[in-house]
Design a protein around this ligand. Structure first.
Ligand SMILES: [Zn+2]
Length: 114
């Protein structure tokens, strides 16, 4: 039962993440590589140097705006590898409420890990 449920979530996650990566990549003017959905316990997403994006399927349980935060955050990593001032200065103009979203994700996150 648990495996079936996770498989279902993973499919939904792939669909939603593909769609939102498209929207945010255009907004940020970046060209991401593959969008991979993974089983991760401690991270919501990551981006490697080649532009490949990996997301935790669990993020699909979050409200749309939080999923968007994770997507936009990882896409900004294609421009800035670390959380430097430049990183946040790139995210800020396209997502002015990012600090509140980040905090919400921190608070809600644990409930999405099961
Ligand atoms: Zn980051």
């Amino acid at each position: 039962m648990r495996e079936e449920l996770i498989a279902w979530y993973r499919e939904r996650a792939q669909e939603r993440l593909d769609r939102r990566v498209g929207v945010w990549a255009e907004r940020l003017g970046v060209k991401p590589g593959a969008v991979l959905v993974r089983e991760q316990r401690t991270r919501w997403g990551s981006a490697d140097a080649k532009g490949k994006l990996r997301f935790n399927w669990r993020i699909v349980q979050a409200p749309a705006r939080l999923l968007d935060y994770v997507v936009a955050h990882e896409l900004v990593h294609l421009l800035h590898a670390d959380h430097t001032r430049e990183f946040w200065a790139t995210l800020g103009p396209v997502m002015p409420d990012y600090e509140a979203l980040r905090e919400k994700l921190r608070v809600m996150g644990p409930a999405m890990v099961w």
